[in-house]
Design a protein around this ligand. Structure first.
Ligand SMILES: Cc1cc2nc3c(=O)[nH]c(=O)nc-3n(C[C@H](O)[C@H](O)[C@H](O)COP(=O)(O)O)c2cc1C
Length: 244
């Protein structure tokens, strides 16, 4: 299948067969991350393969109780990180200003691009995957668990495995129409009715859908925890250990 067709067909997979991935498959997936574009070719991230079943189970609970994380044969934590360059500057006595918000955003961009390369590479080999956004919660506990230094933020957890038959048959969730998502030369300002019409093409009962979204996500306890946790991550990166 051509890459473009694979990109269009890819969908998240949340149930895996028990067949493990081979070492070669894992290496190819991680190598695909490494080959992704990266700001200044600095690879502003680190990848932690989670092998210990106890840690997988802990993450399954800690990431808003998603048991399929524990059952995934290959689990990778993508950590946005400037630490290696910071340490080298320190070691060589090179004076640099404190790392700031832009460095942080660049590192997150690098990290997500690397993760997505892995997702696409895996799909091309018949291996499914799913991002776990809830890794943004419980920063302090995850920081301790993975021994994260100051300039290392655990921004993305990705689970991989061979899709079960049911997963293969599950239809891919519909997307918005391209013409509704692309504007030219300026940001698309939509009034309420236009936004409603746009969303209705994918979710005909727009209000019901938005109310569900609000209660499942924005009003849920995990959402509060996620924002609290990320605030703490940001303060450690931007202000240092004193905020520990
Ligand atoms: C940043 C991010 C975080 C996500 N977190 C979760 C998650 O915690 N649990 C989950 O089951 N799916 C998660 N997903 C998967 C999305 O729900 C999924 O991509 C979306 O519903 C579209 O479906 P598709 O990937 O099958 O096309 C996440 C996706 C992204 C990009």
């Amino acid at each position: 299948m051509a890459t473009i067709d694979e990109l269009y067909a890819r969908k998240s997979c949340r149930a895996f067969t028990e067949e493990p991935l081979t070492d070669r498959e894992k290496e190819m997936i991680l190598q695909a991350s490494l080959q992704a574009p990266t700001a200044g070719n600095m690879a502003l991230y680190e990848m932690i393969e989670i092998r210990d079943p106890k840690i997988k189970s802990l993450l399954a609970k800690r990431c808003d109780d998603q048991p399929f994380i524990a059952k995934a044969p290959f689990v990778v934590l993508y950590v946005a990180s400037y630490q290696k360059w910071f340490d080298l500057c320190q070691g060589y006595g090179i004076a640099i200003p404190a790392l700031g918000e832009a460095d942080l955003i660049l590192a997150i961009e690098d990290t997500m691009i690397a993760a997505q390369n892995a997702v696409v590479a895996a799909w091309s080999m018949g291996i499914g995957s799913c991002y776990i956004g809830d890794i943004l919660e419980n920063y302090e506990a995850n920081r301790e668990l993975f021994g994260l230094p100051q300039y290392a933020m655990p921004v993305s957890l990705v689970v991989f495995g061979r899709p079960t038959k049911a997963m293969t048959q599950r239809p891919k969730p519909a997307r918005f129409e391209l013409k509704d998502m692309v504007s030219v030369d300026t940001y698309a300002k939509r009034d309420f009715q236009t936004t409603e019409k746009m969303v209705a093409k994918v979710h005909p009962e727009v209000e019901t859908f938005v109310r569900g979204l609000a209660s499942r996500k924005l009003q849920a306890a995990f959402h509060q925890e996620m924002n609290r946790s990320v605030k703490k991550m940001l303060s450690v990166w931007l202000e240092g250990e004193k905020t520990k």
